[in-house]
Write a protein that binds this ligand. Structure first.
Ligand SMILES: [Cu+2]
Length: 181
């Protein structure tokens, strides 16, 4: 099916391209057209193109906007049910708090020494969220975790010779009464 679709797409594209060449050669045979004759048409065509392309891009942008992957920005609008402090240091993570599913979890991430990258991975190895861990500054990452189990925190910014061993496991437990939504 895919091969057939690719063949049809190629043939249609090749035909369209060949048509453009044939049309261009026909127009070129007629010789140059005086500029004042075509100027008005060209300006009108340019205006049509401007609104057509602008309209298509605006529609595509507005359609895609709800699907942007930055869910934590949307989640950040309400209060988080669970507060978890995270401190990175060469070469370990310290965590203060318990993470559960259900409600919003706000990770307050900082560093005790140099810049680190806080990256939270689920049990399948997919990156759930990430934020910089910076000395003297706290970054807030709000997530809503749907699966219980073992999550892994890895450092995503090179911070020294022990960087590759800088990870920690977080156990995400089921939602208890009062932590949901
Ligand atoms: Cu690191």
């Amino acid at each position: 099916m895919i091969t057939y679709l690719a063949l049809v797409t190629f043939l249609v594209g090749a035909l369209a391209l060949a048509s453009v060449f044939v049309l261009a050669s026909q127009v070129a045979r007629r010789g140059p057209t005086p500029y004042p004759e075509v100027a008005g048409r060209a300006y009108r065509l340019r205006l049509v193109w401007f609104f057509a392309v602008g309209g298509i891009l605006t529609a595509a942008f507005l359609t895609a906007l709800p699907y942007v992957p930055y869910t934590h920005y949307r989640l950040a609008s309400g209060p988080a049910a669970i507060q978890v402090g995270v401190t990175g240091s060469q070469y370990a993570w310290g965590i203060d708090g318990t993470v559960t599913t259900g409600g919003k979890v706000e990770f307050a991430v900082t560093s005790a020494d140099v810049n680190h990258g806080f990256g939270l991975y689920d049990s399948s190895g997919h990156l759930v969220g990430q934020v910089q861990a910076m000395p003297g500054y706290t970054n807030h990452l709000v997530l809503q975790l749907s699966e219980t189990g073992e999550y892994t925190v890895r450092c995503l910014e090179y911070c020294g010779p022990g960087h590759s061993s800088m990870f920690m496991t977080i156990h995400v437990s089921p939602c208890q009464t009062g932590c949901c939504c």
